[in-house]
Design a protein around this ligand. Structure first.
Ligand SMILES: Cc1cc2nc3c(=O)[nH]c(=O)nc-3n(C[C@H](O)[C@H](O)[C@H](O)COP(=O)(O)OP(=O)(O)OC[C@H]3O[C@@H](n4cnc5c(N)ncnc54)[C@H](O)[C@@H]3O)c2cc1C
Length: 414
């Protein structure tokens, strides 16, 4: 274990991917491993709960989890600081507190940046659910809302041309479907649904371009049942106090506008010259940087992560960690990279819709169902990961679904 204790492993970012890498390294290597976790925040944020915070006013603190005890449990050191620069030749990272840290293996799991300011008028007239400042701000706006047209949608994200992946206009739009369903429910509850409309726009050809026909059919039925109007191929450019303006010159009246902004690669990746021309990190299927073998990237920051989903962050983190564990110990198998869409949208009270599809990547799975069981899985996904410190219920939910369903497409469980 002498070699192991001298191997310095640095994880940049304690989100879905970073914590999964931490848990996997710790489980395989034990306390002999020298692991440092870096994050400018003192807490990790349970992002799938953000729609609940924004729509139902759940307390934000419930979904923030302290990183120090998580690192302690995994025998790692936690340093609360941002990485400003990575020097891949000297193999060290430079922190916002002035420190320089050497590494033997570096895991870049720092997520992405959300470019709200690309949308003209966003700061004055727009709302979002994408972080723990925006979600409570939307909740306050909803409390004041007296009815009228609501416009919900995702802005277009630009990707590098170097990445050979199926093209998606929206980085991650599942949460906007969830917001539409939950909003419908909330407005009905407050008896203002009949004086309100909900329009859901997408820059893609369809809402969720990343799934197949079966899921699209189920989604169309659900949106129709909730009188949500879906507007495809709409690229938002500007928000005013009473409208949303798109690049094709069309406008929608809006009394409340909720958007997911364009995603971009982190500034530190751009400064360090480690990303593609949009700042996402290009890796091979072992999640290893295409130029620097001691650097791995997993999660939203990885150019292969398309769309940007927690589920893919976990899959990639497993592969990155397994690759390093095998290199250090000659033990364990490195899983093949088999991307798939797996997401659960909360609809109301104890109803949710589960979507599982890999047709975008050439597979045959295309499943959607809604009901109480999907709600339980959502609850499990949202909370259990952060409390169980390794085991994502999606792992066993998945195994269960596969054994029960095979590749049969089911529509509706409710
Ligand atoms: C509203 C919403 C709902 C969602 N719901 C779901 C869902 O239901 N299911 C699902 O699968 N996915 C969902 N997603 C997507 C999912 O949240 C992301 O794909 C996932 O969080 C990506 O994980 P990550 O570890 O790559 O990045 P993150 O979770 O964003 O973590 C990145 C971490 O890096 C840290 N960091 C940033 N910059 C630096 C720096 N310079 N130095 C050091 N650390 C840094 C950040 O503070 C953060 O802690 C949702 C996303 C949103 C916005």
């Amino acid at each position: 274990m002498a070699r192991l204790s001298r191997t310095r492993m640095v994880i940049i970012g304690g989100g879905f991917a970073g914590l999964r890498v931490l848990y996997r390294l710790h489980n395989a290597l034990g306390r002999d491993a020298d692991i440092i976790l870096l994050d400018p925040r003192s807490t990790t944020l349970q992002k799938p709960a953000l729609p609940d915070i924004a729509l139902t006013g759940q307390a934000v603190d419930r979904y923030r989890h302290e990183l120090q005890p998580i690192a302690d449990r995994a025998g790692a050191r936690f340093i609360q600081a941002a990485v400003l620069f990575i020097d891949p030749v000297k193999q060290r990272v430079e922190l916002s507190n002035g420190r320089k840290l050497p590494y033997d293996y570096l895991f870049i799991t720092m997520g992405i940046e959300k470019n709200y300011d690309v949308i003209e008028g966003y700061r004055k007239h727009g709302y979002s659910i994408c972080d723990d400042e925006e979600a409570p701000r939307l909740y306050q706006a909803l409390r004041q809302f007296k009815g009228g047209p609501v416009v919900v949608g995702t802005a277009r994200t630009e990707w590098s041309h170097d990445v050979s992946l199926p093209h998606l206009d929206a980085a991650c739009e599942g949460p906007m479907g969830e917001v539409s369903f939950m909003l419908d429910h909330q407005l009905r509850r407050r008896n203002i649904r009949d004086i309100s409309t909900i329009s859901l726009f997408t820059p893609g050809r369809e809402f969720l371009d990343d799934v197949g026909d079966t899921v699209h059919q189920v989604l169309a039925e659900r949106f129709s049942a909730r009188a949500v109007q879906v507007l495809p191929q709409k690229n938002v450019v500007c928000l005013t106090d009473d409208s949303v303006i798109f690049s094709d010159g069309t406008e929608l009246s809006s009394a409340l506008t909720i958007i997911i902004p364009p995603y971009g690669g982190p500034a530190a990746i751009k400064h360090s010259g480690l990303g593609d021309d949009k700042g996402f990190v290009a890796t091979d299927h072992a999640m290893r940087h295409v130029v620097y073998p001691s650097i791995f990237a997993a999660g939203d920051v990885n150019a292969l992560s398309m769309p940007k989903l927690g589920h893919l962050a976990i899959i990639q983190a497993d592969i990155a960690a397994a690759t390093v564990i095998r290199e250090l110990t000659n033990v364990g198998e490195v899983p093949l990279y088999k991307p798939e869409i797996f997401c659960i949208m909360h609809e109301r009270d104890n109803e949710a819709m589960l979507i599982w599809s890999d047709v975008m990547y050439g597979g045959k799975t295309d499943v959607a169902f809604h009901g109480i069981s999907a709600h339980l899985m959502k609850w499990a996904f949202d909370s259990y990961y952060f409390y169980a410190h390794d085991h994502l219920p999606a792992d066993w939910v998945h195994a269960g679904l596969e054994s029960v369903l095979g590749h049969v497409n089911i529509h509706d469980q409710a």
